[in-house]
Design a protein around this ligand. Structure first.
Ligand code: HEC
Length: 152
């Protein structure tokens, strides 16, 4: 029941994003518009839904839930800065997914988003492979969005 609802929410979100992208495509691209806009929009809405409570809407780690945790949620705007100016894309994909990390190190303070997005994608007509594609797409979108938050 819950997963069906979540799929509907996800599908609606994707449609809205696709529709606004289609509208954007019919007009000349605004100045500075990046390729991968759909992905960034999805990542932005997922970020606000799932991540901002701890990491803050701006990503600096000042979300309200984070205030009640023993560990400070990471500042997600300085990931490139802390990595000699290089955006650590693959590391972020792995950290956000979390399933490999948890297998090796056990539970962690941040939810395991790979499991979460996979569970959301459960439905009778989704093969395990198709579900993994959804997981991959949502994590990629989040990482693309987080890339836009990086301070120079
Ligand atoms: C319940 C609070 C909470 C939520 C919700 C949350 N995080 Fe986190 N996150 C943390 C904490 C705490 C850390 C610090 C590492 C740890 O101990 O797990 C962290 C670390 C991270 C890191 C690692 C940063 C680094 O430099 O290694 C990334 C990336 C990240 N979170 C992304 C996300 C994304 C994307 C979402 C939403 C899908 C999210 N987080 C949702 C609490 C949260």
């Amino acid at each position: 029941m819950i997963s069906k609802l979540m799929i509907m929410l996800l599908a609606t979100g994707l449609l809205v994003v696709a529709a606004s992208e289609a509208a954007a495509n019919s007009a000349p691209a605004p100045e500075g518009k990046q390729p991968g806009g759909i992905s960034i929009e999805l990542g932005k809405s997922d970020f606000r839904t799932y991540c901002a409570a701890c990491h803050g809407v701006s990503g600096i780690g000042d979300g309200t839930v984070g205030e009640f945790m023993n560990i400070t949620p990471a500042d997600l705007t300085r990931l490139s800065w802390k990595n000699a100016g290089l955006f650590p894309r693959q590391r972020l994909i792995d950290v956000i997914d979390g399933r490999a990390e948890v297998r090796v190190h056990g539970l962690r303070d941040m939810p395991v988003w790979g499991d979460w997005f996979n569970a959301e994608a459960v439905s009778p007509d989704m093969t395990p492979e198709a579900r993994e594609e959804v997981v991959r797409m949502r994590i990629d979108s989040l990482v693309n969005y987080i890339e836009t938050l990086q301070v120079k």
